[in-house]
Design a protein. Structure first.
Length: 164
């Protein structure tokens, strides 16, 4: 009998992986938001310059909700283990150019793989990702959150899942 060489993953292991990925990003985001709040307060306090006030308020109105969203997502979904795992089969792989921001000559873009699954439809992953094949089965981590975008993919060829 051949021993299973796949790595066994559990909810706790997935939580640790997600925590390790997001913790440094979250710390940088929180430090940046604190700096931007302080700069915004100084800009807003400069009553003589309307442009400074507008920039200060814009930073507070746009950036702070993003930082709060990421913090709440981290605390609720990842630390609270409010996610579930589904097993799904890869049906199609395409290369897509995803536009993600305006630029002088058009849009900045990135080459992404669009993975199409039977149950959850499409997921975009980095083009430098592993070699996936049509028919591969994955464990897909879905948050119990407002937006149900997958937050991690684990190929069943390399991982086996055991619930806690």
């Amino acid at each position: 009998m051949v021993e299973d060489q796949r790595q066994v993953i559990t909810d706790d292991w997935i939580k640790k992986q997600l925590t390790d990925k997001r913790k440094h990003l979250l710390i940088c985001l929180l430090l940046l938001s604190i700096i931007l709040v302080i700069v915004s307060i100084f800009l807003i306090s400069d009553i003589n310059d309307a442009v400074s006030i507008i920039i200060g308020v814009a930073v507070l109105v746009i950036f702070i909700p993003i930082a709060l969203y990421d913090l709440i997502f981290y605390l609720y979904v990842i630390q609270g283990k409010h996610f579930y795992i589904i097993e799904d089969t890869l049906e199609d792989i395409k290369y897509d150019v995803i536009a993600f921001g305006a630029r002088e000559n058009g849009f900045d873009s990135a080459l992404k793989h669009r993975l199409t699954f039977k149950k959850i439809k499409k997921v975009f992953v980095s083009a430098k990702s592993r070699n996936y094949k049509i028919g591969d089965t994955f464990y897909i981590v879905i948050p119990m959150w407002i937006i149900k975008n997958p937050i991690a993919l684990y190929n069943t060829e390399y991982y086996s899942y055991r619930s806690n």
